[in-house]
Design a protein around this ligand. Structure first.
Ligand SMILES: *[C@@H]1O[C@H](CO)[C@@H](O)[C@H](O)[C@H]1NC(C)=O
Length: 283
């Protein structure tokens, strides 16, 4: 008798308190700027951001999260997207903010986008890694994910990890783990630096530029009124909270870094004449 009660209660608790997983942009995000250039369509299933000569546009999540596995499907600006930047990132508030960045730097038709990544902890970034993709990100939707748990941050593309930033607090490297973050995205003009370092300018005759979003999914701990939705959820429901790269994923990560990484701050000795950042020498 006792054992059956012991079984039922945890199941019920984890069922009720499981963090939000949903896919309706009306529910999950708000368009925050762009004066009508950002739109939620198809009953909340599709979101588009546009950029023209006068303005870009952007949205943010309604919820704040403290750890999560966040997926978004994005179809980037097609054709001549030179000078445009599509951002997709998590960020906390304040002057010592934490931030986990994906930025997609557009290019001339047929030339490769750059996927730019960065991690800020307590207001300090300077941890850029950049990649080309192994597909054309403007033809279809692809899934861009951030796994953020207390031990690591993993950036993935279609389930393939492209970057891991480990919690190396024990080596004195601050790690984002105390500040809840919202998810943000924007499409804007950055032709002073984005494409070939600013050499290629935005061709406004091709405007408006459009990026599209689908299937936002947050398996995440929602932070509200100083409390995490995960604090009482059974850990088996939130396997991502302790997820790490298995052997296959580590091999995929190596494959991406060997074949598609085009910039790594950890090898930029010119930029750090006093020595590379600490996390760069820990393996
Ligand atoms: C654009 O294409 C050029 C030429 O292939 C390449 O050098 C550059 O890295 C590409 N991406 C960006 C964003 O500049």
């Amino acid at each position: 008798m006792r054992s059956s009660v012991g079984l039922v209660v945890p199941i019920l608790v984890s069922f009720v308190l499981v963090a939000s997983t949903s896919a309706n942009f009306f529910q999950d995000v708000q368009i925050t700027w762009g004066d009508g250039r950002g739109k939620i369509l198809n009953n909340g299933q599709l979101l588009t951001l546009t950029l023209d000569k006068f303005s870009g546009s952007g949205f943010q999540s309604k919820n704040e999260y403290l750890f999560g596995k966040i997926d978004m499907q994005i179809k980037l600006v097609p054709g001549n997207s030179a000078g445009t930047v599509t951002t997709y990132y998590l960020r906390s508030q304040g002057s010592t903010w934490d931030e986990i960045d994906f930025e997609f730097l557009g290019n001339l038709s047929g030339d490769p986008y750059i996927v730019h990544t960065n991690v800020f902890s307590q207001g300090k970034g300077d941890r850029e890694q950049q990649f080309y993709l192994w597909f054309d990100p403007t033809k279809d939707f692809h899934t861009y994910s951030v796994l953020w748990n207390p031990q690591r941050i993993i950036f993935s593309v279609d389930g393939t990890p492209i970057r891991e930033f480990k919690n190396l607090e024990s080596f004195g490297v601050p790690f984002p783990k105390n500040q809840p973050m919202k998810i943000y995205s924007s499409l804007w003009n950055a032709d002073d630096w984005a494409t070939r370092g600013g050499l290629v300018k935005t061709d406004w005759s091709k405007a408006p530029f459009t990026a599209s979003y689908m299937n936002f999914k947050a398996d995440a701990c929602v932070w509200s009124s100083g409390r995490s939705s995960c604090s009482s959820t059974s850990s088996s429901k939130n396997a991502w909270l302790s997820q790490e790269l298995d052997a296959t994923s580590q091999q995929r990560l190596k494959w991406v870094q060997k074949n598609y990484m085009i910039y790594n701050y950890c090898t930029d000795t010119k930029r750090f004449p006093q020595g590379l950042p600490k996390e760069c020498s820990v393996h």
